[in-house]
Design a protein around this ligand. Structure first.
Ligand code: ATP
Ligand code: MG
Length: 139
C-alpha cells in the first residue's frame, strides 16, 4: 500500500553536506520525496519531537544535537514507506547497520546517526503534522 513516512536529515549530516547523497539513497530505494524543507529546529520542537525518550539518559544530548545545526525535514511516499525507510536507514547504531544503508554509509555514531524515520504509520502521521500541512505535500 502507498503510504507516507516522516524523515529528518540530522545536523551531523547537513553539516557534512550529505543532503544530496542521502536523498540519492532514498530515491534509489524507490521512495519519493513529496515534501522537503531545511529548517532550524527550536529546542521546544526537538523536545516535543523526541518526548517519548524524555526519561532516557541520552535525551539531553539528543535534543542538543538536533538543535546544533540545520535539519532537512521530509515526507517520503511509496509502497510500505514506513518499513522501507527503516530498512534504508539501517540500525540505530551504525556499527550494526547493514551495508548500503544510510547509517552504515554516513552515520558517525549511535547518537549522531544522520537520519530519523518514523517507526509506525500512526507516528508518521503525527510527526508529519508537526512540520507540514497537507498543502505542503505534493505527491
Ligand atoms: P530515530 O527515532 O531517530 O529514527 P531510531 O528509531 O533508530 O532513531 P530510537 O531508539 O528511536 O532510534 O532513538 C532515537 C534517537 O536517539 C536515535 O536515532 C539516536 O540519535 C538517539 N539515541 C538512541 N540510542 C542512543 C544511545 N544509546 N546513545 C545516544 N543516543 C542515542
Ligand atoms: Mg525512533
Amino acid at each position: 500500500m502507498t503510504e507516507r513516512t516522516f524523515s529528518i536529515i540530522k545536523p551531523d549530516a547537513t553539516q557534512r553536506n550529505l543532503t544530496g547523497k542521502i536523498n540519492a539513497v532514498i530515491e534509489d530505494a524507490g521512495l519519493r520525496i513529496v515534501a522537503q524543507k531545511r529548517i532550524r529546529m527550536s529546542r521546544a520542537q526537538a523536545e516535543k519531537f523526541y518526548e517519548v525518550h524524555a526519561a532516557r539518559p541520552f535525551y539531553g544530548e539528543l535534543v542538543d544535537s538536533m538543535t546544533s545545526g540545520p535539519v532537512v525535514v521530509q515526507v517520503l511516499e511509496g509502497e510500505g514507506a514506513v518499513a522501507k525507510y527503516r530498512e534504508v536507514m539501517g540500525a540505530t547504531n551504525p556499527e550494526q547497520a547493514a551495508d548500503g544503508t544510510i547509517r552504515k554509509l554516513y552515520a558517525r555514531n549511535v547518537g549522531e546517526n544522520s537520519v530519523h524515520g518514523s517507526d509506525s504509520q500512526d507516528n508518521a502521521k503525527l510527526e508529519i503534522a508537526q512540520f507540514f500541512t497537507e498543502a505542503d505535500i505534493v505527491g
